[in-house]
Ligand binder design. Structure first.
Ligand SMILES: Cc1cc2nc3c(=O)[nH]c(=O)nc-3n(C[C@H](O)[C@H](O)[C@H](O)COP(=O)(O)OP(=O)(O)OC[C@H]3O[C@@H](n4cnc5c(N)ncnc54)[C@H](O)[C@@H]3O)c2cc1C
Ligand SMILES: NC(=O)c1ccc[n+]([C@@H]2O[C@H](COP(=O)([O-])OP(=O)(O)OC[C@H]3O[C@@H](n4cnc5c(N)ncnc54)[C@H](OP(=O)(O)O)[C@@H]3O)[C@@H](O)[C@H]2O)c1
Length: 484
């Protein structure tokens, strides 16, 4: 071990001789935690983070709900990483179009892919393409001012009823944003176009529909408590949906979160009045229903008017593994808008091994494998993965810290054991090479200093409206401020 470390320090010593050149793709939590751990573990390393957006921080900026400002404090820690003397951020640089994977691997000793999950699981049922059906990801991007969500314009005026499919924390975020009094949202960093649309919204009833039961609802207790606590809200849960099977009891016994969620739902069901009071908004938790098809409106051609559900029962598996099986009985739920919150999905990139079934890059402890066979000897030299792209689209911000630790440990082991030896002895162009290539292609990267211009302008505009920031929500505005 000692000898390996000596070799390491000889190979990658100071910036002026042969620094370890690392490129991280994606500036979300996985990207920033990887950068932080790499800078700490490798004193000679030069780390570049690229992101397709002009803004850093991934889902911390464009996923975390606007009414959860405390969750976004981690941005301060990530900013310190970006400002580290051996770290650089280059926004507006897209892997796959600005630069290819093979080019990045030529330029850097180590490439870590942390570009998240920017697509959606689909239900693959009839009617899924009707107007008025959106993925939660698109809706979240829209209210969080992601420039690719700016034109969604969900119609919240023509209906009083929204159906949300799925009962995870994203579904709860979306439900809460639809139901929360807008004066409470007005002082958050919600995008102004979304705030205006929510102020004008006619949505009064939100159905959160799960294919399994209350014991299996994928949300966590804090988030559930928050939506149940919305002011002037009538919560409806059918008593008979709360009946537990022995398998449910076993599941709850082994899982404190499942127990807390069930208790909160039971308490809400017991304390709710039978009818909403005049002026109250309604939140309905519906269990044991799986979407079978979407219904088309007779009045508005091509627009959704409801969801056709099949009732389910839980079967098989041990605790935690019960699956929903249709029982052949059906029920329709009328609505004018549907938000599918059944999970995100990562996208493949040209030249990158990809497990299309799981929607992840095949890997062993963050080392990318050449195919999905799981054969650990088929390692792609110098190529690593972290975050949602590595594990799939689950886990909170902190989960990515442990994920990054594992990936960086694999990089360190590979350096120590000489797996990266041949390439590491080579001088690699790294940052200078990347910037030259981008310049040749007329791609204008947004540096961290330029992001800080966006940041301070957003904050300045925010103070005028009593908000923490007023987000620029178009590519044009973001790039204009960054390049000024
Ligand atoms: C709606 C929502 C709300 C959430 N709220 C919370 C919360 O309150 N608390 C909590 O702890 N966790 C929350 N999470 C979970 C948390 O956000 C994730 O665990 C975390 O962001 C995943 O990190 P990541 O770096 O893998 O992906 P991301 O955060 O998605 O980062 C990926 C980055 O890659 C960039 N990128 C994508 N494609 C390319 C490309 N081709 N080239 C270059 N860059 C690219 C993206 O622009 C993005 O910046 C939430 C998740 C969602 C979806
Ligand atoms: N405040 C926070 O901390 C916060 C906020 C938002 C997100 N997050 C985290 O981000 C991650 C992603 O959240 P998420 O809500 O997108 O995912 P999730 O927790 O995996 O929930 C997905 C939901 O979709 C349902 N579903 C999946 N496929 C379905 C299908 N074919 N038909 C019907 N329903 C289907 C699931 O039901 P089944 O259980 O039956 O599969 C589940 O209810 C989670 O780890 C979450 O905790 C955290």
């Amino acid at each position: 071990m000692f000898r390996a470390r000596t070799w390491l320090s000889r190979s990658f010593t100071t910036l002026s001789t042969n620094p370890l050149r690392v490129c991280i793709v994606g500036s979300g939590p996985a990207g920033f935690y990887t950068a932080e751990k790499t800078l700490k573990a490798h004193q000679g390393a030069q780390v570049d983070i690229i992101d397709r957006l002009p803004t850093p921080f991934g889902l911390v900026r464009s996923g975390v709900a606007p009414d959860h400002p405390e969750t976004k404090i981690v941005i301060n820690q990530f900013s310190r990483v970006a400002q580290h003397e051996r770290c650089s951020f280059f926004g507006n640089v897209t892997l796959g179009s600005s630069v290819s994977l093979s080019e990045l691997r030529e330029l850097y000793h180590v490439v870590v892919l942390a570009y998240g999950a920017e697509s959606d699981r689909t239900l693959s049922i009839p009617g899924e393409n009707l107007d008025g059906i959106h993925s939660a990801r698109e809706f979240v991007w829209w209210y969080n001012g992601h420039p690719d969500g700016r034109n969604l314009n969900p119609d919240l005026k023509s209906t009083d009823t929204a159906v949300i499919l799925g009962q995870g924390n994203v579904a709860l975020d979306v439900g809460r944003i639809l139901l929360r009094p807008t004066d409470e949202l007005a002082t958050t960093d919600i995008a102004s176009h979304a705030l205006t649309a929510l102020q004008e919204s006619a949505i009064r009833k939100v159905y959160l529909v799960g294919r399994r039961g209350p014991v299996q609802a994928a949300c966590t207790a804090k988030e559930l408590r928050e939506i149940l606590g919305i002011k002037n809200l009538h919560v409806h849960i059918r008593e008979y949906d709360l009946v537990k099977s022995p398998a449910d009891e076993a599941e709850m016994k082994n899982n404190r979160i499942r127990r807390r969620v069930y208790e909160l739902l039971s308490k809400a069901a017991a304390s709710a009045s039978s009818q909403p009071r005049p002026g109250q908004c309604e939140l309905h938790f519906v269990f044991y229903r799986k979407p079978d098809s979407f219904l088309e409106s007779h009045e508005r051609n091509g627009h959704v008017s409801g969801v056709h559900f099949e009732k389910t029962v839980l079967k098989g598996g041990g605790p935690g593994k019960q699956i929903a099986v249709g029982n052949g009985e059906y029920e329709d739920l009328e609505c004018g808008i549907v938000l599918k919150s059944v999970g995100y999905k990562s996208l493949p990139i040209n030249g990158l091994p990809f497990d299309h079934h799981k929607g992840v890059v095949p890997n062993v402890r963050g080392r990318v494998l050449s195919d999905t066979s799981g054969d650990p000897s088929l390692i792609e030299n110098g190529l690593y993965v972290c975050g949602w792209l590595k594990r799939g689209p689950t886990g909170i911000i902190a989960t990515n810290l442990y994920c990054a630790e594992e990936t960086v440990a694999s990089i360190s082991e590979d350096l120590e054991q000489g797996v990266l030896a041949s390439s590491s002895k080579l001088q690699k162009p790294g940052r200078e090479g990347l910037l030259q290539l981008l310049d040749d292609r007329n791609v204008k990267p947004v540096t961290f200093d330029s992001w800080e211009k966006i940041d301070s302008e957003e904050k300045r505009l925010g103070t005028l409206r009593d908000k923490p920031r007023e987000k620029f929500a178009t590519w044009e505005d973001l790039l204009k401020v960054a390049m000024e």
